[in-house]
Each structure stands twice: as structure tokens, then as C-alpha cells.
Design a protein. Structure first.
Length: 501
């Protein structure tokens, strides 16, 4: 299976069933013995139905300065409608591969064909630190496997020498210069070159400022390696929260605003009944649990874990598409269920999920009413549902409910009046030319305005009672292109609940 400097052995792997992981035989290296560098090569074949993770143990001797791994795999032609080969990669150090990630040292998924790490530096997505003696594990993730199988080749190179010094991480502050209690705009789902994005933190920060954002959240796939690299981009005008997109085989979840340096493991499926453990880890690290794009059509993207641990749900992801419309409808059904069962409701948010050009940072953006521009205040606003989602900085909404005696409630709040009390719903919109205002209740859409003028500003009022509408939420819709399908969203709000219960 492994080679010395002159020869290559082979191993083919054949497995059946649905085991979560498989560990192969070890790749051995001799002690340095005067050599500057040693290389081993591993070849293998993964059949269809392979485990989600295959680990290749590497016996690392003392005196190693750097470990470098390169890999290739075949991409045979497959029939239309059949998945081809896709193989992810990462590495765990001498602390092992136990779920929870104590040994985690990096993951690049399928974004890179090679990586290195040493004490003073590492490939983006990987964590610098000493290469200590012990059993390391290269982690392979066969995302999809063609009917012919997936043949791969790993080349592992150890460089010997004196270890460098690991830099002490510096993280962005959890506070920026705010405006007191105000509406703040943010994008909490962004990818940099520390996972499968193509933009640097500096480029993302510049685009965030241009999009009119006050805060962002980092969310690289299955790694926290980017966290120290955002400190230089944070400033008084841009709060930078740290997180991760936990990318499982049964859906993705944004860990929003966790403590710096927090890693959340992703190596489980819904059937393993382990998500609750890692949702609790996100909460213990001060973060929010936000299922991302629950009805996205990519493999493994559909959300299968339920919403019992969720603090919010990403209803709008990137440019508005039919899967967002499905998610919006599902979320509305969840609002109805929360009213029926008398339980807490889950707020909605929207994020860009921007990776590279032409993905637009801040399309959409979540606009949060917060007491200040701090991590805790922004999270509190999101958790309470004091927010709306807009397609750009140009779109603004105010949305209120008022009772006959001056009672008043805003987005995410409850207007506590009797069931037969007349209630006035008012929407003011700017920056939405030719859009219509729709008011949605637990019965469905009960009001649609005429299109706003080309100037984009307008007001709509509607009267109801809590007996008729348990909640009301507002949507701004672009003009319908054709047929009965509603136009794409320009903005939508979290609901205002009506009544005393």
C-alpha cells in the first residue's frame, strides 16, 4: 500500500453496508536518519456505497517539521443522471479521529488537491501547529462514487528539521462602533478561501462595506482555521462574528457567532442521533444554531435534523429561487404550528452564501433591531425575531401593528389585545420600485397592494382582528413574470403576533 522512495504498492478497498467510517492499514515512515524528506504513496479504490469517511493512518516519527499531502482520483464518464466521483480530504493529528474533533487539524473538502501544515504556517483551511510524533490520519470523504468505483492516489511527504514557532492567534473584537438601539444590516453566511470560497477576508470585508453591511459572520465549511485571519479586517464600522458552516451529509447548519477558535464536528448523519450534542456545543460556545438553505437541491444539502435546536432558520439563501419559495412556505407552516401548539416560534433570516464572483455579498441581508453593534446584541435581535430580510441596502421596511387604545407592536413582537379588538397593520417601504406589498397571516395572503411607484416608496394599511389573524407578516414582491407564481422577494419580515396568547 505504501511506497519508499522507489516503489509503489497497491490496496483496493471493498466494503458493503453503511458504516460511518473505515480505517485502513498504516503508512509507515522511518526516523529521519539524515534524510531531509521522505515520501510515501498510497493507492486504493472505493466502491459505491463506501463509508462517509475513510481514514488513512500515518505513523509520524519525531523530528518532523512539515507534513504535506497531495491527492488525485479518477473521474470516469457516467450515464446521465448518475453521480460521478467527488472525494473530499482533511487531516487529524496524533490526538485521533474521535468525534468531537480534538485531533482536527484541517479540512479542504474538494476545494484543493494538496495541503501542508507545520508549526508556523498551513494551507488555508488547516491549523498551524507542531507536527508531533504519533499516528496521524488523512481523512477521505467520498462525497459521491461513480458506479465504476473511485480510484485514488495519496502522496504523503514528511520534511524533517527544526520546528518553527506557532503564532498566537489574534481575533476580531466582539464590539464595533454602533448607533445604540438601531437597525443593523448583516450577512451571516459567507465563504472565504479558507474553505471553498475564492475571496480573501480582505476582499469579503470590502464587499460587505460596499453592500452597506454593519456586521458579517464567517462560515467556512467544516473548519475554524480562518478565525485568526479576520482580525485585520475588523474595524469600528464592521462587526465580524466568527462561526462555521457545519456541512453534514444530511444538511448544513451555520454556527453563528461562536467563541473564537471554536470547531464544530460535522461527521454524522441524522440517523446517528448526534446533532443535538453538537447543537449544544454551538450554544455553549455562545453561538446560534441556524439551519442553512433547508431545501437546497445539492447532494447532502437538504435539512434532515429537524428544527428542535434551531435559534433561527435561513429561509432566503442567495438570489431568490424556487427552493427559497419552498422554504418560505415551510417556515410559514411552522408559524401556524407554533400558534396552534402555544410554543415558541423560530425566526427567519436571509444570507448570501457568497463564495466567489459573481456571488453578491449582502444579497440578501438580514436587518436586525439590536441595542448596539455587539455580538451579544445582534444575536439577541436575531433570536427574538426582531428582523427583516432585504435584497440590498436600498430596501428598507417599517412594519407595525396598532390597537384602538394606542397599543403598539413591531417586528417579532406581540400586540396583546383582545380577540375582537380592531388592529391596524401598517407597512412603509422604500427602495422597491414596482414591487407589491403582501400581508400574510395564518390563513394565507389576505392583502396585496397595487405596485409601488417607480420611486420605490409607499405605504400600505390593513385592518384586522386577532380573531381573524393570529399573526401578520409582510412581503415585498417583484412583479410576477408570468402566470400565478408570485414574483421574487425584495424583502420579507418576521411576524407580528396578535392577541393575548
Amino acid at each position: 500500500m505504501c511506497e519508499d522512495a522507489h516503489g509503489i504498492g497497491r490496496r483496493a478497498l471493498f466494503v458493503t453496508g453503511a458504516a460511518a467510517a473505515l480505517t485502513l492499514g498504516s503508512v509507515s515512515f522511518a526516523a529521519a536518519d539524515g534524510q531531509d524528506q521522505e515520501t510515501r504513496t498510497v493507492r486504493g479504490t472505493l466502491p459505491p456505497g463506501s463509508p462517509d469517511f475513510v481514514y488513512v493512518p500515518v505513523e509520524v516519527p519525531s523530528g518532523v517539521r512539515e507534513i504535506r499531502v497531495a491527492y488525485t482520483y479518477d473521474r470516469p464518464s457516467v450515464p446521465a443522471g448518475t453521480q460521478g466521483n467527488a472525494l473530499d480530504i482533511g487531516i487529524f493529528d496524533e490526538h485521533g479521529t474521535e468525534l468531537g474533533g480534538r485531533g482536527f487539524r484541517g479540512w479542504s473538502g474538494g476545494a484543493r488537491s494538496e495541503f501542508f501544515l507545520r508549526a508556523d504556517d498551513a494551507t488555508p483551511g488547516y491549523v498551524p501547529g507542531p507536527v508531533r510524533e504519533g499516528i496521524w490520519h488523512v481523512a477521505l470523504g467520498p462525497y459521491t462514487v461513480a458506479p465504476q468505483g473511485l480510484s485514488y492516489e495519496l502522496t504523503i511527504t514528511l520534511t524533517y528539521g527544526e520546528s518553527g514557532e506557532t503564532p498566537r492567534p489574534v481575533y476580531p473584537p466582539s464590539r464595533a462602533r454602533g448607533r445604540g438601539r438601531a437597525w443593523y444590516r448583516g450577512d451571516c453566511h459567507l465563504h472565504s478561501w479558507y474553505s471553498d470560497g475564492r475571496r480573501t477576508p480582505a476582499e469579503i470585508a470590502a464587499l460587505a462595506r460596499a453592500a452597506g453591511l454593519d456586521f458579517i459572520n464567517t462560515s467556512d465549511h467544516n473548519t475554524h482555521a480562518s478565525h485568526p485571519h479576520w482580525a485585520e479586517e475588523a474595524a469600528d464600522d464592521l462587526l465580524t462574528l466568527l462561526g462555521e458552516e457545519v456541512t453534514t451529509r444530511n444538511g448544513h447548519v451555520v454556527a453563528l457567532g461562536t467563541d473564537p477558535g471554536t470547531f464544530i464536528d460535522w461527521r454524522y448523519r441524522a440517523r446517528d442521533n448526534r446533532f443535538g450534542r453538537f447543537a449544544r456545543e454551538i450554544h455553549r460556545a455562545g453561538g446560534l444554531v441556524v439551519p442553512a438553505h433547508p431545501h437546497a437541491t445539492c447532494i447532502g444539502c437538504g435539512w434532515k435534523f429537524g428544527f428542535g435546536e434551531a435559534d433561527a432558520v435561513e429561509v432566503w439563501n442567495g438570489p431568490y429561487t424556487p427552493d427559497d419559495e419552498v422554504t418560505l412556505a415551510e417556515w410559514d407552516n411552522m408559524l401556524v404550528a407554533s400558534v396552534r401548539d402555544g410554543r415558541d416560534w423560530i425566526p427567519a433570516m436571509g444570507n448570501s452564501d457568497a463564495h466567489r464572483d459573481p456571488d453578491a455579498v449582502g444579497l440578501p441581508q438580514t436587518v436586525v433591531l439590536a441595542d448596539d453593534l455587539t455580538r451579544e446584541a445582534i444575536q439577541a435581535g436575531i433570536r427574538a425575531g426582531r428582523s427583516y430580510v432585504a435584497e440590498s441596502k436600498n430596501v428598507s421596511l417599517t412594519f407595525t401593528a396598532s390597537g384602538a387604545r394606542g397599543e403598539h407592536a413591531g417586528i417579532g413582537e406581540r400586540l396583546k389585545v383582545a380577540a375582537d379588538t380592531p388592529v391596524t397593520i401598517r407597512v412603509e417601504a422604500t427602495g422597491a420600485p414596482r414591487c407589491t406589498i403582501r400581508l400574510v397571516t395564518d390563513q394565507g395572503v389576505l392583502y396585496t397592494s397595487d405596485p409601488l411607484p417607480v420611486g420605490g416608496s409607499g405605504v400600505a394599511e390593513w385592518r384586522t382582528t386577532p380573531a381573524y389573524a393570529a399573526y401578520v407578516r409582510a412581503e415585498l414582491r417583484h412583479e410576477t413574470a408570468a402566470g400565478p407564481v408570485p414574483g421574487a422577494l425584495a424583502a420579507f419580515t418576521n411576524p407580528i403576533f396578535l392577541g393575548r396568547h
